[in-house]
Design a protein around this ligand. Structure first.
Ligand code: KIV
Ligand code: NA
Length: 264
């Protein structure tokens, strides 16, 4: 079996087949997702929150993300790996955007890049795709703009639906192979999905998109505390790991570990 290609995702849309995408930032999880039939993995700039412990995605750099991209690519055989361009690495214009995308492809070894923005980033998307690099667009709520947007807020309610549609059309026209729709009303995501020739990937965008993406630590319950409404936890990894850690610590304290079979 070979790597998934962007044209496979387009064919899936034409067949009406839905698929799931996850973030990944390290080799063991990436290998599990690869073997579990996830066709696309995103090395998200959400590594800022989920790996590096920053409060927003704003501080994370290209140099911090590239080693994670390399790890995920090395650990996978089937998935298409998308590298997420961080804040500050593409906004200046098409030249800066292409330079950063080329670094992700050459140094990260990924198969596509993602960036946030709609009409305002169409020139960047066109320049990168023109160079032969597939681009995943990301519209609706865009976390890199959270200081402007004023927090995590649903985008495209009421009349603003037309803004989301205009962004979707613009990124598809510019050559994006797919579009992430984050935190938009389900009815808006449905309209975009029906209208666009390329796949839509929803997160907090209802059930009508062509695909769904979640941050893996949210999906698997490694992140604790209140999750956004759009998250579903399929496991409680935080509880599993807490229990294992406590038992390890207790057995060391009690002199139960290591036992004879662990000893040379
Ligand atoms: O960085 C990220 O995790 C993302 C996805 C949730 C779409 O951009
Ligand atoms: Na992101």
């Amino acid at each position: 079996t070979r790597r998934i290609r962007t044209r496979d995702l387009l064919a899936a849309k034409e067949r009406g087949e839905r698929w799931a995408m996850l973030t990944a930032y390290d080799q063991y999880t990436a290998a599990i997702f690869d073997r579990s039939g996830i066709p696309v993995l995103l090395v998200g700039d959400s590594a800022a929150n989920n790996v590096f412990g920053y409060e927003t995605t704003v501080p994370v750099t290209v140099d911090e993300l590239l080693p994670l991209v390399r790890a995920v690519v090395r650990a996978t055989r089937h998935t298409l790996v998308v590298g997420d361009l961080p804040f500050g690495s593409y906004e200046e214009g098409p030249t800066q955007a292409l330079r950063t995308a080329v670094r992700f492809m050459k140094e990260g070894g990924c198969h596509a890049v993602k960036l946030e923005g709609g009409r305002n980033r169409a020139a960047q998307i066109a320049a990168i795709t023109d160079a032969g690099i597939p681009v995943l667009a990301h519209i609706g709520f865009t976390p890199q703009r959270e200081h402007t947007i004023g927090g995590y807020r649903v985008q495209g309610r009421g009349d603003a639906a037309e803004e989301v549609l205009a962004d979707a059309r613009a990124v598809a026209e510019a050559g994006a192979f797919a579009v992430v729709l984050e935190m938009v009303p389900g009815v808006v995501a449905k309209r975009v999905t029906n209208e666009l020739p390329v796949p839509t990937i929803g997160i907090g965008a209802g059930p009508e998109t062509d695909a769904q993406v979640l941050v893996w630590q949210d999906m698997a319950g490694l992140r604790t505390g209140k999750a956004p409404r759009f998250v579903k936890r399929y496991a409680d990894l935080a509880a599993v790991l807490t229990d294992a850690t406590r038992r390890f610590a207790a057995e060391v304290r009690d002199g139960e570990f290591p036992a004879a079979e662990h000893t040379f």
